[in-house]
Design a protein around this ligand. Structure first.
Ligand code: 13P
Ligand code: SF4
Length: 365
């Protein structure tokens, strides 16, 4: 069997699940949850579908889920309802007896895939030739374990959308400049927020293997942004905001910092997933919000707070397609495999990568 065949075989849900109704699958998932009790822990990211979130032991953003998974000691199985990089982080922070399972291995993240380790090593080589030892790498947690390990190895750290400002400040206390992987928008928004002017920022293009900048003096550069982005958050535009301002000016515009700088600057407030939830939760009854983040979360907020008007900033926005790969059939299948004592889709980071990546995670946590 080829590697591809093994991959397809292991990740394909058997056909019988397509003949089950949603109700049958839900009942069976509850049954298994009751059977496994504390041996099973089921964290779910806020962007997961409601059909999955209903079974979550805890929901959270990337930072919350990383911390909570690290605190859980009794579960033998952590069935992570999120995307691949989150499951990798959970594995690296889990205890030796714990197995982390991703119900569908195709639940990746297009942003994390925009920085592979070979491109990063190549970029680092070029950048250190130009800047010597004046540069430190930091990476958004939305990156592979390999990129986290790279940052750990080179004195850097991970950041999340909740702590990016503190971590960029920290990095600039360590070295004169930083390389921010893999999301150029979170990096640019954070640095701009800290008062760093755009002419002190450059973009590293990993395809052209080239540094792109406007400033005439390279020595002035403080922030080098990896040319990556989130395909969901990049779909919000200033035109959509202008439309609201013109036709429905009573709406507050709140966006995630994975949106472009122009969108963040044109919004009323911006912040992490956690910040968006808390801001809307605390907002006055009757207030109106156009939200620039993933659609499943926007719909959930709208259902949770019926006394407020909550809509997506982009009415045509799709949810995060990779997050949505986790669904009832995949969740049930992964739980059935645990019950059969043949767990599937175990996410395991090798020891060397893990040791370096943990250095980067610990510098953040
Ligand atoms: P946070 O959960 O850190 O806000 O990140 C958003 C995101 O895009 C997760 O994939
Ligand atoms: Fe990746 Fe964006 Fe989806 Fe988050 S929302 S998993 S960053 S593609």
């Amino acid at each position: 069997m080829t590697i591809l065949e093994t991959f397809i075989k292991n990740t394909s849900v058997p056909d019988n699940y397509s003949f089950m109704t949603a109700k049958e699958m839900e009942e069976r998932i509850w049954e298994i949850k009751h059977q496994l009790k504390d041996k099973l822990f089921l964290p779910a990211h806020h962007y997961q579908k409601d059909e999955v979130v209903q079974f979550a032991d805890v929901t959270g953003d990337s930072l919350q889920l990383a911390k909570i998974s690290a605190e859980n000691k009794q579960a033998d199985y952590i069935v992570f309802c999120g995307v691949h990089f989150m499951a990798e982080t959970a594995d690296m922070l889990s205890k030796a007896h714990q197995k982390v399972i991703l119900p569908d291995l195709r639940a990746g993240c297009s942003m994390a895939d925009m920085a592979d380790i070979h491109q990063t090593e190549r970029a680092w080589n070029e950048l250190t030739q130009v800047f010597g030892d004046t540069i430190i790498p930091i990476t958004y947690v939305n990156s592979t374990a390999g990129i986290k390990a790279f940052c750990g190895k080179h004195g850097g750290a991970t950041v999340t959308s909740s702590n990016a400002k503190d971590m960029v400040k920290w990095a600039l206390q360590q070295k004169k400049r930083l390389l921010f992987l893999p999301d150029q928008h979170l990096g640019r928004n954070t640095a701009y927020d800290l008062g760093i002017q755009l002419d002190k920022m450059a973009v590293w293009d990993p395809i052209q293997n080239k540094l792109m900048y406007d400033s005439s003096d390279m020595e002035q550069l403080k922030v080098i942004l990896w040319k990556g982005h989130c395909s969901v958050h990049e779909k919000f535009t200033v035109e959509q905001i202008n439309d609201f301002r013109k036709n429905q000016p009573e709406y507050n515009i709140i966006v995630h910092p994975e949106c472009t700088l122009e969108v963040v600057q044109a919004s009323d407030v911006n912040g992490s997933t956690h910040f968006i939830i808390e801001t809307i939760k605390k907002a006055k009854s009757g207030s109106k919000w156009a939200v620039g983040t993933e659609m499943n979360l926007v719909n959930r907020l709208s259902n949770m707070f019926p006394d407020k008007e909550i809509v997506s900033l982009n009415p045509n926005l799709c949810p995060c397609l990779t997050m949505n790969r986790i669904d009832l059939p995949h969740l049930l299948w992964s739980l059935e495999k645990i019950v059969e004592n043949k767990p599937q889709n175990i996410i395991k980071v090798d020891e060397e990568t893990k040791n370096y990546a943990i250095l980067a995670l610990n510098r953040m946590m």
